[in-house]
Design a protein around this ligand. Structure first.
Ligand code: DSN
Length: 422
């Protein structure tokens, strides 16, 4: 047993007949059981992770995983696609209703694939693009030189100002110099609202398309608790499994005039057969997101992040930009004289999953970092509110200050047991 693991009650181990997987492949079954236990006994505060519903998981594990459905509803390259058509159309209609979008493409396997397809559609192969640098809080697929977005397109990047915020004057400067076909707004560790109208103005001024990547705040956007780029940006890309709380996957929303180009850039441009079982899971998740309680959940995700930032600041930790507008809290560990990697490891031993993350202009390499990215979607799904966030903030502060992870394990375990997975 590794340090930090402990024997736990196997609540799911009531007397049930062995499953087909358990009977046929004990090794894979054992790994999946282990992951079930890990999730049950770990507080996930990785900002990009969440716990989807049992209904979403059921859809993703259904027989439709066997089905090929290259093409689009009612225009497939295979027979027998009635259910695939029905599911994909349902997912599309729900997504359009949820975000108020003119078109939705639910086929992208991931956010990175969605971005590759959108960039191809809008910039063309080799076209010029401008996005936020990874080290400033952007994403690999926004033009980083180790990603296809940086290899197949001519990319330049903008950063953030000394306070960690996007400076539209700097964005305008980079756009003026590079004259891109696509300007990207969005990031993976940016905790502040983005001025999409300001980005659109710059894009218009220089004849570029605006692409917003809302992979992180998609759920908050859908619920209307942070500003939406839909109707402002030409194309909006996202993942479906972060704040949106669906299955792993990607999606592209487009204005009507961009829809056709996006369709062919996804299939056959970037992908072959869609993963229909994942699209079924997306349809279920979008149905859940259309219910009133989803807005309550997203407001709570945001309130919890805000409260977490306040608790950490009160305890003397530095937060990049001094707080948050969404679900992310990026801790600057430089003053605490500890690395992101060290705190990540201590946290795991205490039963808390967090991730090391570069802060803007981080002097340390990406596998070490001077930052810690925290997020509240998954613990809010478990039911966390004010008191539980305060308790977990004390644990984080203790770990940053060098406390023994074992001394926090009981607190974390109590929280896990009091707030079980959905
Ligand atoms: N892996 C995602 C994240 O953690 O933000 C980005 O791809």
């Amino acid at each position: 047993m590794r340090r930090g693991e402990r024997k736990v009650r196997h609540v799911s181990h009531v007397e049930t007949p062995p499953s087909p997987l358990q009977t046929q492949d004990a090794e894979v079954h054992a790994w999946l059981q282990r992951e079930d236990r890990r999730q049950a006994n770990t507080l996930t505060m990785i900002a990009s992770e969440n716990h989807c519903s049992a209904a979403v998981r059921e859809a993703c594990g259904s027989r439709i995983t066997d089905k090929y459905a290259e093409g689009y509803p009612n225009r497939r390259y295979y027979g027998g696609c009635e259910a695939a058509d029905g599911i994909e159309e349902l997912a599309r209609q729900r997504a359009m209703q949820l975000f108020g979008a003119e078109d939705a493409n639910v086929q992208p396997h991931s956010g990175t694939t969605a971005n590759l397809a959108a960039l191809t559609a809008l910039a063309g192969p080799g076209g010029r693009i401008v996005g936020m640098a990874l080290k400033a809080g952007g994403h690999l697929s926004h033009g980083h030189d180790r990603s296809h977005s940086g290899m197949l397109f001519s990319a330049k990047q903008y950063g953030v100002d000394g306070s960690g915020r996007i400076d539209l004057d700097d964005v305008r400067k980079v756009v003026r110099e590079h004259q891109p076909k696509v300007l990207i707004a969005g990031g993976s560790s940016y905790a502040r609202n983005i001025d999409y109208a300001g980005f659109a103005e710059i894009a218009r001024e220089f004849g570029a398309h605006l692409m917003a990547d809302i992979a992180h705040p998609a759920g908050l956007v859908a619920a209307g608790v942070v500003p939406s780029p839909v109707g402002i940006a030409d194309v909006v890309t996202m993942t479906t499994h972060k704040t949106l709380r669906g299955p792993r996957g990607g999606m592209i929303l487009a204005k009507a005039e961009a829809a056709k180009a996006i369709r062919s850039a996804v299939f056959p441009g970037a992908q072959g057969g869609p993963l229909v079982q994942q699209i079924a899971g997306k349809a279920v998740a979008f149905g859940e997101a259309l219910r009133p309680e989803f807005k309550t959940y997203q407001q709570r995700v945001k309130d919890n992040a805000n409260w977490l930032a306040e608790c950490l600041i009160e305890a003397g930790l530095d937060i990049v930009t001094g707080g948050t507008d969404n679900h992310i809290v990026l801790v600057d560990l430089r003053k605490a004289d500890v690395t992101g990697a060290e705190v990540e490891e201590r946290a795991l031993a205490a039963g808390l999953a967090v991730n090391k993350n570069a802060i803007p202009d981080d002097p340390r390499p990406p596998m070490v970092t001077s930052g810690l990215r925290l997020g509240t979607p998954a613990v809010t799904t478990r039911g966390f509110g004010h008191d539980e966030i305060q308790a977990v903030a004390r644990v984080i502060v203790g770990l940053v200050r060098g406390g023994d992870p074992d001394s926090f394990r009981a607190t974390v375990q109590q929280l896990c047991e009091a707030y079980p997975l959905p």
